[in-house]
Design a protein around this ligand. Sequence first.
Ligand code: HEM
Length: 263
Amino acid sequence: MTEGEGHLQIKASLIQSLEHFSEHEIRIQVATVATALQAESPLEFAYQMPVLSMGKLLGVPAVELDQLAILVKAFTACITPGSPSHEVQEGIHAAPSLWRFMEERLDSTFVSSLPQKTRVANAIGLLWQGYDSTASLILHGMLALEHRLLPVDWNAFLTELIRVAAPIQNTRRFMGEAGVLLEQNVEAGDTVLLLLAAANRTATGAGLSFGHGVHRCPGQRLATLIAEIALACWHGSRTPAPLFHSGFKPSLNARIPLLEALQ
Ligand code: HEM
């Protein structure tokens, strides 16, 4: 992510464009995706929901959403720190195709005030930023709801889930100047790792799962709506098989449960 005045202006336009989607429109588009999705496993369902939903909202035709999901999966693995080299290579290969794909299909009303290259880059940014994070929330939700009835108050349920099972566990900041932080000397430019998941558990820090300040996540509303509809569909319209939770996906910043359905 970039920094400074340019970042602030683009981010403001981006937030405005995301706010432009009404809750009604998001619910309809995401529900259409959820009911059409034929996923073979909880993991596939959780990963497909965010990218297909975001793609639909950004203007990708329904028949081409599967192709988008393949490209975003490859690209995301490529820029995720710690990915194995073959995934990085596949992602490098997918990046130009993803660019052309979105360039040709991006809805003309999406951040229409910005230059075309910036529009496409930011659309791709939304697709990858919401990929692992929203999948993680859906997977945590599947686990939390396994032996429960669907919540009456989705907002309360998801807010608490996001607090105790922060899908993104940490974020980074860089020191603007040298100083002392928690009795440690730090130099200008040093990286500081902020443990959002831990801060959520303190008396004063609750509510940091989407970050804070100028880099705060702009996707909170979308992520929670996508997760609500995905979970309602997963648990509501079928009788899910019992889940086997084998651990977590290796990741430097996301906590993503690996779930399989037991037959
Ligand atoms: C449960 C799902 C999600 C979680 C937990 C989450 C969490 C986060 C966190 C912790 C950050 C870093 C904030 C900071 O450093 O202060 C972030 C940044 C970001 N997120 Fe999300 N996110 C989620 C879903 C989404 C979705 C669906 C989108 C797209 C619509 C999105 C778009 C972004 C973008 C563009 C940034 C970078 C913002 C900037 O640097 O200014 N996120 N997110």
